[in-house]
Design a protein around this ligand. Structure first.
Ligand code: SF4
Ligand code: SF4
Length: 196
């Protein structure tokens, strides 16, 4: 097949799929949806600079809370496959007990230490506690897992690049950002750029 036609067909397929999944909820759908978004995200970062701080933060959290309720994490589990959950000392002991392992053995097999911070992480991906997309220790999962993907700062406007780090991994973050873009562009239409 000629290269130009192959590119056209792939592009068509991509746009078709994008229309099909305007609200991605799985890692596979997310991979299609994030294609070509890098420049748009840069523009979004620039656009929000002129939005009043209180307005942006209030809108972000309202949209985040609403989006979190709409996503079924058991269809995704991407964070459990991609991220390494941080573990304070007492959680290592707790998880070792849950695995019926001695502390030292659990530490050696399942925990890595980031240098130079000394922070401990569950080192295996997917996580050893993930089975069939479900967390087998859900009620006793580490605090880092409970907190994700809620950004750990109220002032999201000033930390928007940190929020965007999870945009390609987490459908909740992706959809929150995309909804914020749409709402802001509705409320603050961009002036067309002059050609002169
Ligand atoms: S928190 Fe985000 S990445 Fe993790 S399972 Fe839920 S939607 Fe997926
Ligand atoms: S402990 Fe549970 S929630 Fe945390 S990464 Fe592992 S499977 Fe996911």
């Amino acid at each position: 097949m000629p290269i130009a036609r192959a590119i056209d067909e792939n592009t068509n397929r991509l746009f078709f799929y994008l229309r099909l999944v305007p609200f991605p909820q799985t890692p596979e759908e997310l991979q299609f949806a994030i294609a070509g978004k890098w420049e748009d995200n840069e523009q979004f970062v620039a656009e929000i600079q002129s939005i009043p701080l209180h307005h942006f933060n209030e809108m972000f959290w309202r949209v985040f809370d609403e989006t979190e309720k709409q996503i079924d994490c058991t269809r995704c589990a991407n964070c459990c496959k991609v991220f390494h959950a941080g573990l304070p000392e007492e959680e290592i002991q707790r998880l070792a007990t849950l695995k019926q392992m001695k502390y030292e053995e659990f530490l050696q097999k399942n925990v890595s230490i980031e240098q130079p911070t000394g922070i401990h992480f569950l080192k295996l991906n997917p996580c050893i506690f993930l089975y069939n997309n479900l967390c087998t220790i859900y009620d006793q999962r580490p605090q880092a897992c409970r907190d994700f993907p809620r950004p750990p700062f109220e002032n999201v406007k000033h930390n928007i690049r940190r929020v965007l780090k999870n945009y390609t991994v987490c459908p909740i973050i992706f959809n929150t950002v995309e909804k914020c873009k749409a709402q802001l562009r509705d409320q603050y239409p961009q002036k067309p750029k002059s050609r002169f």
